[in-house]
Design a protein around this ligand. Structure first.
Ligand SMILES: *Cc1c(COP(=O)(O)O)cnc(C)c1O
Length: 369
């Protein structure tokens, strides 16, 4: 294997067996493909404890396409969306709503703070025009875990609809529709579910979807129409990402074999613990306190040692077989290292060895900011 390990927010390292599942051409009307598609949809809803109340609607494209389809299909033209923002992905949802001409408001906190349920409660009480609330489950900008269960309880108490961007959490961090009421949740094939990129999906309440005809601003991003296609003939409306779906089906088998959400979450938590402990030993400081850190991606403050230069650090780690990620924060100069994808303790330890060797080579004595 000469591919580098991707310690990033995605695309991510996948297993050899997931990649091998793509070595076949499938006809979109082929019975075997149709059965695989139906099974993937059922399993996705099952992962959210939502098989009875919701359906999973897959959609071509990256995760952003699924989030945009969720907002465009479910927020009616007369609706108003409140987006809870503590990073770039929250801002992106607000921008989508603005682009499609929906009324939108934001409730923002700094990137190193979780979204504020009490402020949400006040905002919903103050503005009865707000029909929908959108929140990011794990805000990948910083790696912070947002309190989605608390948010869901407040939104439900006010009788509004909740849309969750669970892109970087779904499959590793639990979210169960029976205890965390949500109208829709968007995620994709290639983050914690460890498939290859190319499709997203929205797990959406059946009643909300049925009522959403004619809402969408776009034909290709209309989930109501996409779902009607699946009901009519079990097929995708437009060319399906056949190889991506086959790889995703294999990835879901591997997810189940690992113990589902609990098993996947436990591996990532172990990766995150090793990473944070090891980096702290080298002097690095995390942006977030451990209590706010999701085991998905970790933001480290930029070292202050004048011998440290991020691009050289990045390039040398890449030469050693590890790809990390620049920071995306406005509150602090930083970089990120991911814990997700087909990586375990051995790969995290090897990544730490590479960081240690790289610092020595660069003449950096400490990672302290
Ligand atoms: C990765 C990510 C997205 C967008 O996914 P793309 O596949 O890059 O379009 C959206 N939201 C969150 C929280 C993410 O981590």
């Amino acid at each position: 294997m000469s591919d580098p390990f991707l310690l990033t927010p995605g695309p991510l390292t996948t297993s050899a067996t997931v990649k091998q599942a793509m070595l076949r051409d499938w006809g979109s009307r082929d019975g075997a493909f149709i059965a695989m598609n139906a099974r993937v949809r059922e399993r996705l809803a099952g992962l959210a404890g939502a098989g009875e109340t919701h359906v999973a609607v897959p959609l071509q494209g990256s995760g952003t396409f699924a989030v945009e389809a969720m907002i465009g299909t479910l927020v009616p033209r007369s609706g108003k969306l409140l987006v809870l923002v503590n990073g770039a992905y929250g801002h992106r949802m607000a921008r989508m709503a603005a682009v499609m001409g929906r009324a939108v408001a934001i409730l923002e906190v700094p990137e190193d703070r979780p979204v504020d349920p009490a402020a949400l409660d006040r905002a919903l009480a103050a503005d009865t025009a707000l029909s929908h609330v959108a929140v990011v489950h794990c805000e990948t900008t910083s790696g912070i875990l947002n309190p989605v269960a608390e948010v869901a309880g407040i939104v439900a108490a006010h009788g509004r609809a909740l849309l969750i961007d669970s892109m970087s959490a779904f499959g590793a961090l639990p979210v169960d529709a029976r205890t965390v009421p949500f109208t829709a949740l968007a995620a994709s094939s290639n983050k914690c579910l460890e498939g290859v990129p190319g499709m997203g999906f929205v797990i959406v309440r059946r009643d909300a979807l049925a009522a959403a005809g004619g809402n969408a601003h776009s034909l290709s991003l209309d989930l109501h129409d996409q779902a009607r296609g699946f009901e009519a003939n079990a097929q995708w409306r437009f060319t399906p990402p056949t190889h991506v779906l086959a790889a995703f089906s294999q990835a879901l088998d591997e997810h189940a074999a690992e113990g589902g959400v609990e098993g996947r979450g436990a591996r990532y938590a172990g990766n995150c613990r090793i990473l944070v402990e090891g980096m702290r030993t080298l002097g690095f400081q995390t942006l977030l306190p451990d209590a706010l850190q999701a085991p998905i991606i970790v933001t480290f403050r930029m070292p202050r040692d004048p011998a440290f230069a991020f691009q050289a650090f990045y390039d040398r780690l890449r030469e050693r077989g590890f790809v990390i990620y620049p920071g995306k924060l406005t509150v602090a100069d930083s970089f990120r290292i991911g814990c997700i994808g087909r990586l375990g303790l051995a790969e995290m330890r090897a990544a730490l060895d590479a960081v240690r060797a790289t610092l020595a080579e660069m003449g950096v004595s400490s990672g302290a900011p």
